[in-house]
Design a protein around this ligand. Structure first.
Ligand code: ATP
Ligand code: MG
Length: 207
């Protein structure tokens, strides 16, 4: 056996031992997790990937035939692939978008608030209905940040939702109280974005 073979074998054995140790740790933790209930997830931060993460969970839930509701709190000028797909091909998903009012371009605060209220009523209805297994509240954090919706009302509706229901909130910020309330918080970090290199938002990737 050559020196390099010997070295490789020792490396393999060390790797195997480390992996076994890691597996034992993970198995023990899985064993300890005993609660079975829906989870509340917040995907926040300045990087790209918040809404697309939420729609990834929509796909997962649909795979199990679960009932899904989606409420989008910002209406962009731009249609998105997920909107087209849900509306045209998945009418069983209860999809709502803030119809009028808030975009980054309107400066009509009272109009925005009225639209936010109307949209929130859809979300509140879903959060009170045990038929929904997964509810996505896309870009909801801005409604809290701009004080368009009463924060406490949002926190209460999420906290008091049916036990088996999961909820995903996306958007930058969101505040300490929301972070405290939910079970999982992920912050997507903006390391680099194509936009800053002058690359246009891409169909199928960005919208
Ligand atoms: P996505 O929908 O792609 O998951 P997101 O939900 O994390 O993105 P939003 O703030 O909702 O981010 O904005 C959506 C759009 O803005 C997407 O086209 C995305 O590529 C773009 N975007 C997100 N983060 C950044 C950033 N840091 N700089 C520039 N553009 C961004
Ligand atoms: Mg988003």
């Amino acid at each position: 056996m050559s020196d390099s073979d010997d070295k490789q074998q020792r490396k393999d054995a060390k790797h195997k031992a480390a992996m076994q140790k890691q597996k034992a740790k993970v198995d023990a933790r899985i064993e300890e997790a005993s609660l079975e209930r829906g989870v509340a997830v917040l995907v926040t931060g300045n990087g790209k990937g918040k809404s697309s993460s939420a729609f990834g969970m929509v796909l997962r839930a649909l795979g199990y035939g679960m009932k899904v509701g989606v409420v989008q709190f910002i209406k962009g000028k731009q249609l998105s692939g997920e909107e087209i797909f849900l509306r045209d091909r998945l009418p069983e998903v209860d999809f709502h978008q803030m119809g009028t009012g808030f975009t980054w371009n309107t400066q009509d605060r009272s109009g925005d608030i009225a639209a936010a209220r109307e949209t929130w009523e859809q979300a509140r209805r879903m959060l009170a209905d045990p038929a929904y297994d997964l509810v996505v509240l896309d870009e909801l954090t801005y409604m809290i940040g701009y004080d368009y919706l009463p924060e406490q009302e949002i926190l209460d509706a999420i906290a008091n939702r049916p036990r088996e229901q999961s909820v995903v909130v996306t958007g930058r910020g969101g505040g300490a109280a929301l972070q405290e309330l939910v079970d999982t918080v992920s912050e997507v970090k903006d390391v680099k974005h194509a936009f800053r290199a002058g690359i246009k938002a891409r169909r199928g990737v960005d919208f």
